[in-house]
Ligand binder design. Structure first.
Ligand SMILES: Cc1cc2nc3c(=O)[nH]c(=O)nc-3n(C[C@H](O)[C@H](O)[C@H](O)COP(=O)(O)OP(=O)(O)OC[C@H]3O[C@@H](n4cnc5c(N)ncnc54)[C@H](O)[C@@H]3O)c2cc1C
Length: 181
């Protein structure tokens, strides 16, 4: 580890010196799944969209899945008869957002590593790596763009969309009185 950070700033040397035991482990991700739901079975959280951790979003996305799925299933009008349709609402709302988070997190990891394939097109790779401030600003802006997703698709707005879809589903496929979920 010390060898790896040899030509980095002093601050990093101090952190590594004081880290004690350093371990290394693989970080796995789930490639974009074509669906989160099949009939009455739904995946959520990391089982649906495990992602690399570079925008710190995996647990938040899992909680947002639970927020939408839990509120959908809490409707007293959901039953065995229509639960598969209701799960599709969860998938329609949550799949694009969580998969977008996963793809942004991967991109952020590459940006952090200054991977040439992921740097902005107008960035000069050599100058970026040499610490040129103008070039680094371009990388920072690209990171800001990736990060900006945190202020979009807020759970409350998503629930509004989900609840509108739920009303339509429940009208099309109403609960049968004899059914329980
Ligand atoms: C290095 C790193 C940093 C991260 N940083 C962040 C961050 O800053 N912010 C953020 O939001 N997210 C972060 N994450 C992601 C976050 O940890 C996960 O997205 C989140 O824990 C997923 O929650 P989950 O409930 O879906 O799955 P898990 O947390 O994996 O929970 C699944 C649970 O099911 C249990 N289980 C498995 N199989 C069975 C079984 N057969 N029977 C019973 N139980 C079973 C497991 O033991 C586990 O307790 C990070 C992840 C990593 C690896």
């Amino acid at each position: 580890m010390k060898e790896y950070v040899n030509d980095w700033e002093d601050d990093l040397h101090i952190i590594v010196e004081n880290a004690g035991e350093v371990t290394k482990w693989a970080i796995s991700q789930v490639r974009p799944l074509p669906q989160f739901v099949d009939a009455k079975v739904a995946l959520l959280g990391d089982s649906a969209h495990a992602m690399v951790p570079y925008i710190g979003a995996g647990a938040g996305q899992a909680i947002e899945d639970a927020f939408i799925l839990g509120r959908l299933l809490a409707s007293p009008l959901v039953s065995r008869n229509n639960v598969a349709n209701v799960l599709k609402v969860y998938e329609d709302i949550r799949k694009p957002i969580s998969q977008d988070a996963a793809s942004r997190s991967l991109k952020m990891g590459y940006l952090m590593e200054l991977h040439p394939d992921y740097l902005p097109e107008d960035a000069d790779v050599d100058k970026v790596k040499a610490g040129d401030h103008v070039q680094l600003e371009k990388v920072a802006n690209a990171m800001q763009d990736v990060w900006s997703f945190h202020s979009t698709n807020m759970p409350g707005e998503c629930w509004e969309r989900a609840s509108e879809m739920l009303v339509q589903i429940l009208e099309a496929v109403p609960r049968k009185d004899e059914d329980d979920v």
